[in-house]
Ligand binder design. Sequence first.
Ligand SMILES: [Zn+2]
Length: 275
Amino acid sequence: MALLFAILLQAQAAAPAPSPAPSAPPSTPPPEAACLLAAYPDQLCEATATHLVWCDGTRMPWRSRPRPLKPLEARLDQADLADQLAVRYPVGRAHPVPPREDPGRMRHQPFFEKMYGANAKAVSKTLAEVVWLPGIADVKLKVTTVNGVDRKLAAVSAALARLPSKQRIFVEKPSGTFVWRQIKGTKRLSMHSFAVAIDVGVAFSDYWKWVRPDADGRYPYRNRFPYEVVEVFERHGFIWGGKWLHFDTMHFEYRPELLVAPCATGATAAERNPR
Ligand SMILES: [Zn+2]
């Protein structure tokens, strides 16, 4: 089946594509719309060629600014929905090392503000407590109940607790979930603001800002986290900052839209865990 699909894709690629006039508006939703609708079925109800439609009727445009926009920091600051889904997230162990892109790091902030709350007070009203690694770490963490993130993080915790201690040791010390704050040096909100992110194992972690760039301006990639840990998080809807060019290996955030096709590459969570 996969082979057939690959052949079909090649055939499509080889066929001369009709080139629409540059100003022609799109007539169908972008393929990535399916990822969002599948990941957030309680909140997102429809996708049109130009907008994502929330179940309360709110319409959010895929594109909210002209392309292209450079440099990277400007794109990060002004990312729209299309940017948010433009880079495929590599699920599982088969990802480029060192990473070449930042899948998931580009975020359309209004999307997350609407989903989880637009200020600290609004997010605070959604929080629940999750006991991290009961009987092992016993740390109380606050995460949102929106989209069942609290239940999903509890499931992550239960699965991590079953790992051998040489892998589990990486996650026994969490260092933060909910903090309403901007990413240092930027005006963008950290995903910790929305109570959907967790940092674990600072003592074992690596971060692009902690290393000196090489002569080409690239940050030498480092990671000490075992993939067994990463796979547990991904199975429950969390992506890992260790797969970013601007790596942050202690950081995991709930982004289920990047774990389903066509927004994911590799074996997606659904394929690895058929129901
Ligand atoms: Zn973090």
